[in-house]
Design a protein around this ligand. Structure first.
Ligand SMILES: Cc1cc2nc3c(=O)[nH]c(=O)nc-3n(C[C@H](O)[C@H](O)[C@H](O)COP(=O)(O)O)c2cc1C
Length: 175
């Protein structure tokens, strides 16, 4: 089983990436093959015509699509941007092959925010899209509120949050 951990923002040095790295370490410590897909690596011309033209000749996009094709399961680490998920996440999904990228596969969601929602709406909005695309999603959706208060020197310091990531990883593996 191969699991992709999607860091769902194009913002460099994001808190989302730190949580994605933590999740990856948990999966690897449990002996699972996993890899990060960082949406900061989506080709920059994808917000223009690159999304529609010449994708298959773009080597960095091709390797991203190859990882998606090879993945059996996904976990999406989703930051809350303007009450929903970041636009780059939808751009990425719109660029991927349809329906093979997600149909019949399984996925989980983890939300983070600076405010007090923890990406609750963001995860709901994105889960609707995943379900439309034929992916089954895990019921457990951890919401990490006020994330900035729980990170120190690039590490997640909140023991409860860490426990939820462990639980989520166990459930995703068994899903
Ligand atoms: C464009 C943008 C919009 C944001 N909108 C919200 C929001 O609606 N609610 C919230 O609690 N935090 C919001 N934030 C703060 C992020 O949730 C916060 O930066 C958190 O660390 C996750 O984002 P990051 O991975 O980019 O660091 C926003 C941040 C950005 C960059």
């Amino acid at each position: 089983m191969f699991i992709s951990v999607v860091s769902a923002t194009s913002r460099r040095s994001s808190n989302t990436r730190l949580i994605a790295d933590t999740y990856l370490s948990i999966l690897q410590s449990k002996g699972h093959q996993a890899q990060i897909i960082d949406l900061a690596d989506v080709p920059s011309d994808f917000i223009g015509q690159g999304l529609y033209n010449g994708k298959s000749e773009n080597p960095s996009w091709k390797s991203m699509q190859d990882i998606v094709n090879a993945s059996d399961k996904f976990v999406f680490i989703i930051p809350e941007y303007n009450g929903s998920f970041p636009g780059i996440l939808k751009v990425w999904v719109d660029g991927l092959q349809f329906p093979s990228s997600f149909k019949g596969k399984k996925g989980g969601l983890v939300g983070i925010s600076d405010g007090t929602q923890g990406g609750a709406l963001a995860m709901g909005h994105f889960a609707d899209i995943l379900n439309y695309l034929g992916m089954n999603t895990l019921a457990l959706r951890p919401r990490f509120i006020q994330i900035g208060k729980h990170l120190q020197e690039g590490k997640l310091t909140n023991a409860e949050y860490l426990k939820f990531l462990e639980l989520h990883a166990d459930q995703l593996i068994a899903f």
